[in-house]
Design a protein around this ligand. Structure first.
Ligand SMILES: [Zn+2]
Length: 394
């Protein structure tokens, strides 16, 4: 009996020691929770009738590719950009996008369900489906009205990015003028109300002052839903080492953005040199072809043409950003926030769309990461933070 028990204990340990990288990858993928905290697909659904149920050879997310990528949960970003929408249209646009996610789940119930809690994500994943979640990308979308914030929560919104690219009436953006020196008194009230509701506070896009004020005001950990590392690529959209340390000290997580212009310095410099010209060309074409159903295809063609001016960037660069945070703050404080479908096709080679998440797992195995750390980075860190935010709610 004793010898038998001894053998039973010994055999798995021996097998594990001899397990090759390939077998380890296969084993991890059987039950790994993969969470992407930022995917912008809903605007294509509303504007172009993009059908997430079928596989596409353009854009970066649909159900077949989510399945291929072993996705467990995806947060859809809902944008009503001040650059494209007048203030009176922000709430309606947000409601349209919220509706598109609920309708997606209604149309494809065997594949998708809207998750409202971290527990929902685990349940939906264990049922072999993909949890979809809602997030509002820009505090301006509440129209300076806490009632609207609360209604977004009731409709399923589980994080809000305090600003988008523009400074709003209560928070400064990292890519616009400093008006409030961070959060205004109302901005702090928004953060407190988000805490009370159990809505995660997202500091991607915000200015250094807004970051500090959000960290100071929030009772719960905060997240950066789609930002990368400033020390590796110096853009105002990325976080400094000091900010990453403060975020981690509060229990928060930075979810790495895959936009090559935020991953690689040369790509950022090249992107900056053509961005305005590209956007003007797209705007002129879209205005001239308002009623042409091919206009979105033409838009993608323009984006592809400019994309070719960028230097090659591959998945290893994204892994370097993850590794930087692991060394700086630990594996509890980094995750995946691809920004797919919000980056004009500017994804790295080997990480072209949501089907490629497993490439990150292979990469982390090669880098010598433990199973536990890979699990945290690929999804568990988001579940931990979301649960903490739920528990801090009243
Ligand atoms: Zn964004």
């Amino acid at each position: 009996m004793v010898r038998c028990a001894w053998l039973v204990c010994l055999v798995p340990a021996t097998l594990l020691a001899q397990e090759g990288a390939g077998a380890r990858f296969e084993r991890l993928m059987t039950d790994l929770m993969v969470v992407d905290t930022h995917v912008d697909t809903p605007w294509y659904v509303v504007d172009e009738g993009y059908d997430v149920g079928v596989r596409h050879d353009y854009y970066e997310a649909d159900i077949p590719r989510l399945r291929e990528g072993h996705a467990g949960a995806v947060f859809f970003g809902l944008m009503a950009t001040p650059e494209s929408y007048a203030p009176h249209a922000w709430v309606e646009r947000t409601l349209d996008l919220i509706d598109s996610v609920h309708e997606m789940a209604r149309r494809y119930p065997d594949d998708l369900e809207v998750a409202l809690t971290s527990g929902d994500i685990r349940r939906i994943r264990s049922q072999g489906r993909v949890a979809v979640l809602l997030s509002v990308e820009g505090g301006h979308q509440i129209d300076d009205n806490l009632r609207i914030l609360r209604n977004y929560y009731r409709l399923g919104v589980r994080y809000m990015t305090l600003t988008h690219f523009k400074t709003n009436n209560w928070a400064d953006s990292s890519t616009d003028a400093v008006v409030h020196g961070g959060l205004s008194p109302f901005g702090r009230e928004v953060v407190r109300e988000m805490n009370r509701l159990g809505m995660m506070v997202d500091i991607s896009h915000v200015s250094p002052g807004t970051f500090d004020d959000a960290i100071e005001t929030s009772r719960a950990p905060v997240i950066a839903s789609h930002s990368s590392v400033r020390a590796l690529c110096d853009t105002p959209r990325n976080m400094t080492d000091d900010e990453i340390r403060k975020l981690a000290a509060k229990g928060g997580v930075i979810f790495i953005n895959f936009n090559v212009a935020y991953l690689d310095q040369k790509a950022w410099d090249a992107f900056r040199s053509f961005r305005d010209e590209r956007d003007r060309e797209i705007a002129a074409m879209m205005a001239a072809r308002k009623d042409d159903p091919r206009r979105f295809e033409l838009k993608r063609a323009i984006q592809r043409r400019y994309r070719q001016r960028l230097p090659p960037v591959d998945s290893k660069t994204a892994l370097r950003h993850i590794d930087h945070v692991v060394r700086l703050a630990g594996a509890d404080h980094v995750g995946i926030g691809s920004d797919f479908d919000g980056i004009s096709g500017m994804a790295p080679a080997g990480l072209e769309d949501v089907s490629k998440y497993p490439a990150l797992v292979r990469g982390m195995i090669e880098m010598g990461y433990s199973d536990g750390d890979i699990r945290k980075i690929m999804g568990e860190n988001l579940l931990r933070v979301m649960k903490q935010v739920e528990e801090a709610a009243q």
